[in-house]
Design a protein around this ligand. Structure first.
Ligand SMILES: Cc1ncc(COP(=O)(O)O)c(C=O)c1O
Length: 437
């Protein structure tokens, strides 16, 4: 297992034009030599860097506060911190993590509307002042634990066009805003702004426009000038999603110019999670078992039974792969196949029947776009270890990152490009599930 000791690696530099795919192949070779087949992720920091550039180009007025819950890999947090993003933290542990990786307290928003008292006290002790609320009891708690907090009122907005809706659980109805602000005033608390979240994987850019208009309405009814608008998350992480990031950005820019023009004195932030992480990660899993079955003839339309391959791979629903369906692309002969995760739970199934070439035990599968809400929700159910992460970056991007403050590299391994040779690994193309499984 020494080959997978995460302490040995933090960031690997791809030298001489080496690619992420070559790095993965080399890692598979190394593991095979060490008689190890544990699953692993590769985090491509260039992808995170490019996403940041795209964000800055398309949403120049909006400062991203990365939603740490999406993926807590230290190298990506260091990268984002170096690029100057803020962080949306939802707990004491997340605050502790980002502070330990170079973030400063003024670039953190504690964006959870219902917080344990101990976590609020921790935020205060570490100088984190900005936090959200949506109810009177939270205000009472904050007045007790962090009276100098800078409060952001989270309002409910229309999230009906999002795959994961959040507004049933969080947010005050805009109509309740006046009462909450009066209560905050009585308690001597400082409310500095308004936030919302249109829900994850939002498929209608007009949801942002409506929410920004709703936020403007709350600003207007406040009776005092607030200084912060937080437009939340919900941005797609890949081009496979039907609604493109650029389209959302265009809609947001128009709405901001209309409702919060540049000279209005309001700072605009957002809390993107999936946007930054989805495509940055590739997961390598090993096929450790295989069963060949005959489909029941009665279930088959033509009455002609068919071979069905069942593969068991060493990461699954309880590990990194909770939210995925796959779309493999292969040229060779294909068989109807089902891929299962490693645990004893029959829910731990990664694909419905799909067409794959025949795989052998010991071969590896590579799964793209596994960065969002995978590692952060994984468990070691049944004693299967969580996948290790190796982070890679090109020298050009590393230089660009090193040119900005705050980058701390624990240990850099130089990975040299080597001659290509045939690999027993297949590339899968994953896209997001239309619903959460
Ligand atoms: C408060 C808050 N902010 C931001 C996010 C990140 O959302 P997304 O990954 O859709 O950008 C979430 C996700 O649950 C959230 O609850």
């Amino acid at each position: 297992m020494a080959a997978l000791d995460p302490k040995r690696y933090d960031i690997n530099i791809l030298e001489n034009g080496g690619t992420v795919r070559e790095f993965i192949d080399k890692k598979i070779d190394e593991l095979s030599l060490a008689d190890c087949s544990e699953p692993f992720h590769v985090a491509d920091l260039d992808d995170v860097y490019k996403k940041h550039l795209t964000w800055s180009e398309n949403l120049p007025r909006v400062t991203p506060f990365y939603a740490v819950k999406c993926n807590t890999t230290p190298a990506v947090i260091r990268t984002l911190s170096a690029l100057g993003t803020g962080f949306d933290c939802a707990s004491k542990a997340e605050i502790e993590l980002v502070l330990s990786l170079g973030a400063t307290p003024d670039r953190i928003i504690y964006a959870h509307t219902t917080k344990p008292e101990a976590h609020i006290k921790y935020a205060r002790a570490r100088g984190v002042h900005m936090m959200t609320f949506d109810n009177q009891d939270e205000l009472t708690k904050i007045a007790r634990c962090h009276p100098s907090a800078k409060l952001v009122l989270r309002i409910t907005v229309d999230d009906s066009s999002s795959l994961r809706r959040l507004n049933l659980k969080f947010g005050a109805r805009p109509a309740a805003a006046g009462g909450l602000l009066r209560r905050a005033g009585e308690l001597g608390l400082d409310v500095v702004g308004v936030s919302f979240h249109v829900g994850c994987m939002c498929s209608d850019s007009r949801a942002y426009r409506r929410a920004i208009a709703d936020a403007r309405h709350v600003f207007n009814t406040m009776g005092f000038q607030m200084s912060l608008l937080d437009i939340g998350g919900g941005f797609p992480g890949s081009d496979n999603f039907p609604l493109k990031f650029e389209e959302i950005a265009e809609c947001i820019n128009v709405a901001l110019d209309e409702f919060f023009p540049p000279d209005c004195g309001v700072q605009i932030i957002a809390e993107p999670g999936r946007y930054f992480m989805e495509t940055a990660f590739t997961l390598a899993v090993n096929v450790f078992a295989k069963t060949v079955t005959m489909e029941d003839a009665a279930e088959h339309n033509e009455g002609d039974p068919d071979i069905v391959m069942m593969y068991y791979v060493n990461d699954g629903l309880y590990g990194s792969l909770r939210f995925f369906i796959n779309h493999p692309e292969f040229g060779e002969r294909r068989y109807r196949s089902v891929i299962w995760g490693p645990t004893c739970d029959s829910m731990d199934r990664l694909t419905d029947s799909c067409l794959l070439p025949e795989l052998q035990v010991g071969e590896w599968l590579l799964m793209d776009a596994t960065g969002a809400y995978t590692l952060s929700v994984s468990s070691n159910f049944n004693g299967f270890e969580r996948a290790t992460v190796f982070s890679v970056v090109t020298p050009e991007t590393w230089r660009a990152l090193s040119g900005v403050k705050n980058v701390v590299c624990l240990c850099i391994k130089h990975y040299k490009k080597k001659k290509k040779k045939k690999k027993n690994s297949y590339k899968f193309f994953f896209k997001f599930c239309q619903k959460f499984q």
